[in-house]
Design a protein around this ligand. Sequence first.
Ligand code: UD1
Length: 333
Amino acid sequence: MKNILVTGGLGYIGAHTVVELFNNGYKPIIIDNLSNTNIEVLNRLEQICEHSFSFYNEDVCNTDALTNILKTEAIHGIIHFAAFKAVGESVQAPIKYYKNNIGGMTSLLEAMQNQGINNLVFSSSCTVYGEPDHSPVNELAPIKRANSPYGRTKQMGEDILMDCQGLNTVALRYFNPIGAHASALIGELPIGVPNNLMPFITQTAAGIRPSLTVFGNDYNTKDGTCIRDYIHVVDLAKAHVKALQFIAQNPNNHFEVFNIGTGNGYTVLEIIKAFETVNQIQLPYQIGNRRAGDVEKVWADAQKAETQLGWKAELGLNEMVQSAWQWQLQLKA
Ligand code: UD1
């Protein structure tokens, strides 16, 4: 059983990945400073897996603490999720983002170096493409200046990894993860008012928010609203297992990137319609202004992940909107 350190392992994507690691015979060791999640997630993970996990309430910026954990737990590889991710907040508080996202990564790399650990999977984002010239976008598309400090931390993160010779790394460029685990025991739980579309939709449907604002309907798309590649978080979590297998099978790999998306683009209005139809619920919404920094359309060419990782998204939009709603319903209960 290989020990895999999961930084940010109690966050939205991290928690779903812990389940998939466990299901695939790895031993996940979780580190999380609980800055954007709750310790209850650990109990939920233990309920789903019927297994207890090693957990460290530590900040990845603390290199000494990380080094000690790497030493104590005989870590084979690391999946690095721990980072801030609110695009708007990163514009208001760029230093906070650089300090945590870049500082966290350099701290982790130093601790890895101290312990001679080279295997790393990094959470990157489709945001590295900025507004792509065309979609589907593949990994060879130019990296344009990102729209936010958050986006730049992902671009810089990839650059730092490329500079660190001797590492065996895979960066996964996520498109838009939504949905929740089939048990409805874990899902996305933003603290405060959600920034992202799906938690805003589910909270509106639950009556927590009076109505949803669609950010602009004058884009050059079929119904005027932005297009994204929404991917089920469980599919996304499974890609991390494939990335670890890729690292194991390619010991001479230094740095490889993969798009992790479904290859399908949906508009905001299509997501609302799917949510309403599948869950038989009416969503109050109105059209508002464009949101600063939004990309008009982006969806993935995920062929490289299919050929080289043996990974392909399996769950469709119906499962995404249905599981997101089930998660919200159990939160209310
Ligand atoms: C953004 C980042 C992505 C990052 C993610 C993490 C960019 C281009 N994308 O995704 O890299 O990983 O945040 O949080 O920086 N929308 C509404 N009303 C709402 C909320 C959203 O209409 O109340 C629309 C947005 O305009 C957008 C779509 O829904 O068209 C998706 O938005 P969101 O869920 O916030 O994700 P991104 O901005 O695509």
